[in-house]
Design a protein around this ligand. Structure first.
Ligand SMILES: C[S@@+](CC[C@H](N)C(=O)[O-])C[C@H]1O[C@@H](n2cnc3c(N)ncnc32)[C@H](O)[C@@H]1O
Length: 293
């Protein structure tokens, strides 16, 4: 394993294992770290960026806590610009994004029993004033579509908004609207022609653009990244990444995308800004014998 310090406080670990599989992990800001990745070199990107105003990962430079939705969209899309550059012409991007409600009700006095990371003072979505997009209190913001529309205006081709029906999701405690049970996984292409394998969808018949897959697993090993289930990544790779292809996740969290990519015979590149999460990933890769020292 090679460890290397790059510019902008980025650390990079690279491994070429005996089996010929490669992986690279960058600890640092996704936009900066991606400048180290070659243009047109990645077959498939599978990622779940921080949702707007949902968690505080407690690292400077994190995305998700911007004062306005438009600033959030702009930070996220600047990472997606780099994703566009590094993706091969025949590559695909699967972008999982959830929505946030605009509460506008002022500071929360309660605690969230589910996670201490979810309540962090007066969040922009709790402030009055319509969040600078003129919406009313209690309205869902429509974050995933706002991001998708901005990306489409920057050359991305939105081929399918896939619905991830989150089976057995913990029910929200709301009484005046239906509880949410799905999130989007947007399938974006860079070019009109790209690699796509329909076979797994034909075999599973019912699963076309509504994927019923278990909800998020519990946080692992004491780290709270809001991981997505392995099966979601497996499905994206089955249809959207050739065998032995290169898979990138610029917000890799606990390392789910890297782990699944390597387990399914692909090469993996992961980036995360949190040194704690990066350490966790390295430990996991070591346990899976993906590190040959
Ligand atoms: C929703 S989590 C990803 C969870 C991941 N899919 C998993 O299965 O564990 C989003 C991640 O983005 C990271 N992050 C936030 N801002 C970042 C940035 N500017 N550059 C790189 N990573 C960032 C956070 O540390 C967090 O781990």
């Amino acid at each position: 394993m090679k460890k290397c310090a790059l510019e902008n406080k980025i650390t990079r670990w690279t491994v070429c294992s005996d089996s010929g599989k490669h992986w690279t992990l960058y600890c640092g800001n996704a936009k900066h770290a991606m400048s180290d990745i070659e243009t047109d070199s990645v077959n498939c990107i599978v990622t779940s960026p921080p949702y707007y105003c949902l968690r505080d990962y407690k690292v400077d430079g994190q995305i998700g806590l911007e004062e306005t939705v438009n600033e959030y969209i702009s930070s996220l899309c600047s990472v997606m610009d780099e994703a566009y550059r590094v993706l091969r012409k025949d590559g695909l991007l699967f972008l999982n994004l959830g929505d946030t409600y605009y509460s506008g009700k002022g500071k929360s006095h309660g605690t969230d029993p589910k996670s201490s990371k979810r309540r962090f003072g007066l969040r922009p979505v709790d402030k009055s004033g319509g969040l600078e997009i003129g919406i009313q209190r209690k309205s869902v913001i429509g974050v995933p579509w706002r991001v998708a529309i901005e990306m489409m205006s920057k050359k991305w081709i939105l081929r399918t908004p896939i619905i991830w029906h989150r089976e057995s999701a913990l029910p929200e405690s709301v009484k005046d609207r239906p509880r949410r049970s799905y999130e989007y996984v947007f399938m974006f292409a860079k070019d009109r022609k790209y690699y796509f394998n329909r076979q797994p969808l034909l075999e599973k018949k019912i699963d076309e653009d509504v994927w019923t897959i278990l909800a998020r697993p519990k946080a692992n090993g004491g780290i709270e990244t809001a991981p997505y289930p392995d099966e979601l990544v497996e499905r994206c790779l089955e249809v959207g990444c050739p065998d032995m292809g290169v898979v990138l996740d610029p917000f890799v969290g606990s390392g789910t995308t890297m782990r699944v990519a390597l387990q399914t015979g692909r090469n993996a590149i992961g980036i995360d800004i949190s040194p704690v999460f990066c350490e966790y990933i390295l430990k996991g890769l070591e346990e899976q014998k993906c590190i040959c020292l």
